[in-house]
Design a protein around this ligand. Structure first.
Ligand SMILES: NC(=O)c1ccc[n+]([C@@H]2O[C@H](COP(=O)([O-])OP(=O)(O)OC[C@H]3O[C@@H](n4cnc5c(N)ncnc54)[C@H](OP(=O)(O)O)[C@@H]3O)[C@@H](O)[C@H]2O)c1
Length: 359
């Protein structure tokens, strides 16, 4: 029998990626939708349609909204009914997430794309294919909090692509430091960004982003031990900017390895990373966690963000760095709202079902 899923924040950019990934899913059924009081009481179809212009605000490139969602009534996130719901996908802005997710988790496993609970010691911060062993934290979380469900979080979308590539390098050579400069797509800021500001421009500052990339990357790459996660003592320096790109974050990374590695060894580490995870055959898993480009004109967000439904991290321009000891540098492109949020949340749920954490 399929697990009944509730999607909170279903009208937003991350929530719509959840819906697209759940369309005709073999294991999950779209059973309930919720959003803010602005959308509550409307059908999903009318909640995403601008009343004046009639324009439908559906943001997942190359897809249509799932038929199963269109006529469902959007409930208010505060009062959504969760009887019979086996998993909640929560994709709402931070203040709402802080308040609502514990209420949901008391009743059902809750997978969150939002920031507030990510760094709590008993809450796992997970990237499918990277650190799924950290899910074991939820046993202690449930015991301490007395919840029927639990909260499992996904990282900041900028940390996701970086952490995937760093994990591939850490497994083979050890990583000591990472310097990253980002050029981030505007959809990473949700629907409310004043998009006109970014046209023909680079916005030099994204509030809180650099700090999130630093602290979240250390937790993701940390080791699960008896007392929780021992963070990786990685030196991270991030500069995050917003660029005139709709979807997809581009990141220029320079990484100091613990052991020297040739460029061919680095390419092999990227190409072989996550093969066991991909081989599990989960419906939304990419065939390759990392796609390596040898053409120096790749990766580009327009060409590469939608590769494998936005679930692979595209890497190119891999070369030696002469400044940092054992330094290598590369560019990556990651789809912020797919692997970095909604579709990544569904992939996590697919794994959790397989591993016995959802019933
Ligand atoms: N966009 C990305 O690429 C991305 C990547 C990683 C993580 N995230 C995180 O995912 C979450 C959602 O981001 P988003 O980009 O999808 O934002 P978004 O496009 O602005 O959508 C926000 C969603 O939350 C709902 N909402 C807003 N205020 C609410 C409230 N007070 N109570 C209940 N629901 C409320 C909205 O409902 P209405 O339609 O009714 O307003 C909408 O469904 C955020 O925490 C964000 O940081 C986003």
């Amino acid at each position: 029998m399929k697990i009944r899923a509730a999607i909170v924040g279903a009208t937003g950019i991350a929530g719509q990626q959840v819906l697209a990934a759940l369309d005709n899913h073999p294991d999950f059924e779209i059973a309930a939708l919720a959003a803010s009081e602005r959308s509550a009481g409307k059908s999903f179809a009318s909640a995403i349609t601008d009343e004046q212009s009639g324009i439908r605000r559906w943001y997942v490139a190359g897809t249509e909204p799932p038929a199963a969602a269109m006529q469902l009534m959007v409930q208010e996130a505060k009062s959504i009914r969760l009887d019979g719901i086996g998993v909640v996908f929560a994709a709402v802005e931070s203040d709402a997430a802080r308040e609502l997710e514990p209420i949901y988790a008391a009743q059902a496993p809750t997978i969150s794309t939002a920031r507030p609970h990510r760094m709590e010691p008993d809450i796992p911060l997970l990237i499918p294919g990277v650190n799924l062993d950290h899910i074991a934290l939820v046993k202690e979380q449930r015991r301490r909090r007395g919840w029927k469900g639990y909260i499992a979080t996904l990282p900041n979308c900028t940390a996701t692509g970086l952490a995937i590539t760093l994990k591939a390098l850490d497994e083979k050579f050890g990583v000591d430091s990472a310097l990253v400069t980002t050029m981030q797509g505007i959809s990473g800021a949700g629907r409310d960004l004043a998009a006109l500001d970014v046209v023909e421009n680079i916005i030099p500052y994204i509030p809180r982003e650099e700090e999130r990339v630093t602290i979240e990357t250390r937790k993701i790459l940390g080791r699960l031990g008896e007392g929780g996660i021992a963070e990786l003592p990685l030196k991270v320096s991030a500069t995050c900017t917003r660029a005139s790109v709709l979807n997809g974050h581009t990141e220029a990374a320079t990484v100091g390895l613990k052991r020297p590695a040739s460029i061919e060894e680095v390419i092999a580490a990227f190409e072989n990373f996550g093969r066991d995870f991909s081989a599990m055959g989960l419906p939304n898993a990419p065939r390759r966690m990392i796609t390596v480009h040898r053409d120096p004109m790749r990766p580009q967000p327009r060409l590469d963000r939608d590769a494998e439904n936005g679930m692979t991290t595209s890497v190119g321009r891999i070369r030696a760095d002469e400044v940092i000891p054992n330094g290598i540098k590369y560019l990556l492109v990651t789809h912020n709202a797919a692997m970095g949020a909604g579709r990544g949340a569904v992939l996590l749920a697919e794994y959790l079902k397989r591993a016995g954490y959802l019933a």
